[in-house]
Design a protein around this ligand. Structure first.
Ligand code: NI
Length: 172
């Protein structure tokens, strides 16, 4: 398994729309294992393929509790088929926006259809952190970041900080 470099904002690649996967094959499984290893290494609870520069509708998540057994999930071509009316605010972060956090409001519960790592159709009801996480990762498929859900003032503040951090990194 390989640890892949994670793209950080601002970067035009994070605005690319991801394409559906035609076939869940060994190459994709290999890639998803790398994606999962990259997520655990970061560490994070979710990672979309576009965050390592691959514009496919593929994500990995693991929202298991700290200290509990790992619960890795591979979601290919996920689609939300139902959302609850009640909303939930969660303080979100993103491996592509290192050390930046903001409250984001989203539907509390979702039903999602997807293909698993074997290409089998699955459907799942998610709430809590898993619901937030899947919605956040699905946004990446559309080129949307969590900061696109908050006020322009807060967003610009965060993007300015990230730009500055990148500049510092570039100058060593
Ligand atoms: Ni993210």
């Amino acid at each position: 398994m390989a640890i892949l470099p994670i793209i950080t904002a601002p970067d035009p690649r994070l605005k690319v729309r991801s394409e559906p996967v035609d076939q869940v094959d060994d190459d994709l499984r290999q890639f998803m294992d790398d994606l999962l290893a990259t997520m655990y290494d970061a560490p994070g609870v979710g990672l979309s393929a576009i965050q390592v520069g691959v514009a496919k509708r593929v994500m990995v998540v693991d929202c298991s509790d700290d200290g509990a057994a790992a619960e890795p999930m591979y979601l290919v071509n996920p689609e939300i088929v139902e959302t609850s009316d009640d909303l939930r605010i969660y303080e979100e972060g993103c491996l592509s926006l290192p050390e930046q956090y903001a409250d984001v409001e989203r539907p509390a519960t979702i039903r999602v259809k997807y293909l698993d790592q074997h290409g089998a159709e699955q459907e799942l009801q998610a709430d809590g952190l898993l619901s937030t996480c899947i919605q956040h990762e699905m946004d990446h498929f559309e080129g949307i970041l969590f900061v696109d859900h908050i006020s322009a003032l807060k967003r610009n503040m965060i993007l300015r900080r990230l730009k500055k951090a990148k500049k510092l990194q570039a100058t060593g």
